[in-house]
Design a protein around this ligand. Structure first.
Ligand code: ATP
Ligand code: MG
Length: 226
């Protein structure tokens, strides 16, 4: 459903990712494991169109290599960056709804998606009216997940979602992802991590990224890399 064909990505003129040739199958949960600086964030940002890519990236049967970034979320791609990027002056719910407005989802679809978010993350309904600037770092991660769920009808990419979460919240977050899997078996999830043990028992397929190159791997290949 998402595939890279001899793809290279650079930021400005600096080459970061090289020779990417792999496919993320539909409906799977894929772990992308790599040390700090390996290129995880750059890979997700490349799918969103924020880097210079040569070669080809295909999504859902379509060549998206040269598609403008603004058009990509509407393809059904939700993205939670590693820094949460919430708008602190807006409420939690406004932050969740924002991408739907930007992608011009109609009112009915927006409502259905919001209900899906509240079903998987009921705590976001309780926090709906709080200014996003007043939630804790961990709660902010939940809000960022909710926001990614709004547009992620087909693909959801989470960049190191467990990083910095206290154990109880990490468990809650993992449970929410399992609920998502159970509610919506068609959605594809890509989760990056530097610590593979966090995703054990979770991912159906693992890719390891090292110095900008990606190879298929296993969660047992490496011990802690962080
Ligand atoms: N804006 C930038 N300009 C130049 N080089 C960059 C830029 N952003 C990232 N890089 C370089 O690209 C490489 C990959 O960085 P990236 O942020 O994708 O790694 P990462 O795997 O997400 O790391 P982390 O685990 O620390 O988040 C690193 O060598 C980094 O220094
Ligand atoms: Mg990163």
């Amino acid at each position: 459903m998402l595939s890279f064909h001899n793809a290279n990505a650079s930021i400005g003129n600096i080459p970061i990712l090289r020779g990417l040739d792999f496919t993320v199958p539909a409906s799977g949960t894929v772990a992308l494991i790599g040390r700090n600086g390996a290129g995880k964030t750059t890979l997700l940002r490349s799918v969103m169109g924020f880097t210079n890519v040569t070669g080809e990236i295909r999504f859902d049967g379509q060549d998206i290599t040269d598609m403008t970034p603004a058009k990509r979320p509407a393809l059904g791609i939700g993205y939670a960056p590693e820094d949460r990027r919430l708008f602190s002056a807006f409420t939690v719910e406004e932050n969740i709804l924002l991408p739907a407005q930007v992608a011009k989802l109609d009112a009915k679809t927006t409502q259905t998606r919001l209900e899906r978010v509240h079903h998987i993350l009921p705590e976001l309904k309780e926090m709906a009216d709080r200014p996003a600037g007043n939630v804790s770092g961990g709660q902010g991660k939940m809000v960022a997940l909710g926001r990614a769920l709004m547009l992620g009808a087909k693909l959801i990419m989470l960049d190191e979602p467990f990083q910095g979460l206290a154990p109880a919240l990490a468990k809650r977050y993992a449970d929410a992802l399992r609920d998502l899997r159970d509610t919506d078996a068609n959605v594809t999830l890509i989760i990056t991590e530097s610590n593979p043990s966090l995703l054990r028992g979770f991912a159906s397929l693992t890719f390891v990224i090292e110095r900008g190159a990606v190879a298929e791997g296993s969660l047992d290949d490496k011990k802690e890399t962080a």
